[in-house]
Structure formats: C-alpha cells, structure tokens
Design a protein around this ligand. Structure first.
Ligand code: ZN
Ligand code: ZN
Length: 257
C-alpha cells in the first residue's frame, strides 16, 4: 500500500515541479533564435527561427552512394563520383546533414571559434531520428579527435558535443573519445588541394587500444566534411586496427571539393 501511495503521488509531483520550473524559466529567459535573436515560442529543441531554418540547405538525393557527395542535377540516378572511382576512401559510407554554407556556416563558426557550446544541441537537432543513419546499427561512436594543443586552445571538442546529443543518454556509453588519438599537429587544411590534404594528414592519428575497435561497426563523426581527407585517414587507421566497418556522419558538407 505504501509503495502504491509513494509512486502515484511522487511522480506527478516531480513532473509538476519540472513544469513549474520550465514556466518560470520561460518567463525570465524566453527562447530566442541563436542566429538572429528573434523570440521563439515555447522551449524548442532547435533554437533557429523559421527564417533562419529556411536558409539551411539540407542534403538530398541524388548523392554519391559512397561518399555522399551531392549532385547538382536533380532527377539523375545515384552514381559513384569521380573521387570514389579514382581514389576510393577507406570508409564504407559518408553522409552529411546539411551543406556548409549560409546559416550553418555562421552557426558552426560561432560554435567552434566563438566557443558558444549552446549551439551543440540545436545543430545536432537538425539530424532526423533515422537519417542519414539509424544509430542503433553501430557498436561504437568515435569523434574525430583534436590535437591536445587545439583542445587546450578551444576548451572542447565540438564533434564530441554533437555526438553526445546524437547518442542521447541511452547510447552514450557507445561513445569512445579516447581510443583514436591525434598525436601529430597539422596545420589547418583550408588552402590545400585534395591530394595535398590526404598527404598532410597521413600519419596524424593512432589507435591507442586496438582491442576496443577490433571487429566493431564504427560510426566516425566530424563537424564538417570538406574533401574527406581527415575522416578517410581516421577510417584507415581504425580499419588497420581491426575495425569491421567505418561509416562517417558529419553535420555539414562543403560544396567545393
Ligand atoms: Zn533566426
Ligand atoms: Zn563519392
């Protein structure tokens, strides 16, 4: 009898307190768009207003079935892109949620370089439940690591924050951010061409504990896919360490390659 009384009274009580706190929070700290600051009704997960959301370009078919490169011509059948035909990647499949331009470019810059970690939940919330990947199919989620010098400069790994949002509490234990290590410092790849990027990043990562990745189906995550050189190198060392398969999920993808 005591248990019944305890359950039926305590849970609605806690829910009520949460509702009350949320209402007070809403009163004193109303939600607003992270980009243009217009007020948003309620407490949405994604803090972008309809106008800013409208400027985000989501990636749709037709794309390269391996690296996910979007093709401009609509209606054409999906086919391998020239990179996947000429110099195949080490990952099985890469997918990005949006193009890296407009509001997303601005938001990622504020998140990474402006150190606004509040962007993590909103940016991660642009991924739909099942797309581009259903996360249940993976054994392990691995963020592209930062060099310790970069981590100290920035104070956080932006990809790990996105990944924590994607995994949620129930899959958080699948995140492994210690096994793959970036041990060599590399200059930013911004001004390098595709083949130069692959050369520049080669040998920058190591797998510290191969037993952690052996036989595993891994989802490797990064914030932006530019030429794929970084995730390709990570996939190469993970496969070399015995990973069964490596797929790549990035928040955004640069249009130029
Ligand atoms: Zn806005
Ligand atoms: Zn491709």
């Amino acid at each position: 009898m005591f248990r019944v009384w305890q359950c039926s009274h305590r849970e609605p009580g806690l829910a009520g307190i949460r509702l009350l706190l949320s209402a007070i929070g809403q009163l004193f700290f109303p939600s607003s768009c992270l980009l243009c600051s217009v007020p948003l009704p309620g407490r949405p997960e994604v803090l972008f207003c309809p106008k800013c959301m409208g400027g985000i370009k989501f990636i749709h078919s037709p794309i390269c079935p391996v690296c996910g490169r979007p093709f401009a011509a609509k209606g054409q059948p999906e086919h391998l892109c020239h990179t996947c035909l000429s110099k195949p990647y080490h990952f099985a499949k890469a997918r990005a949620i949006t193009f890296y331009d407009g509001p997303i470019l601005e938001a990622i810059h504020r998140f990474k370089f402006g150190k606004k970690i509040i962007y993590a939940r909103t940016l991660a919330g642009l991924k739909s439940e099942d797309g581009p990947f259903n996360l249940d199919q993976f054994d392990l989620f691995v963020p592209v690591p930062l060099h310790v010098k970069r981590l100290r400069q920035r104070g956080f790994n932006q990809t790990l924050l996105l990944l924590r949002e994607w995994a949620g509490e129930e899959k958080e234990e699948k995140i492994d951010f210690t096994t793959l290590v970036r041990h060599r410092w590399t200059e930013p790849q911004t001004n390098l061409k595709h083949h130069e990027r692959r050369k520049n990043i080669k040998g920058a990562f190591t797998v510290e504990r191969p037993d952690k990745v052996r036989g595993k189906n891994i989802l490797l995550c990064d914030d932006v896919f530019t030429t794929g050189a970084t995730v390709n190198e990570c996939a190469r060392v993970l496969k070399e360490a015995g990973a069964r398969e490596v797929s790549v999920l990035t928040l955004a993808r640069a249009t130029a390659q």
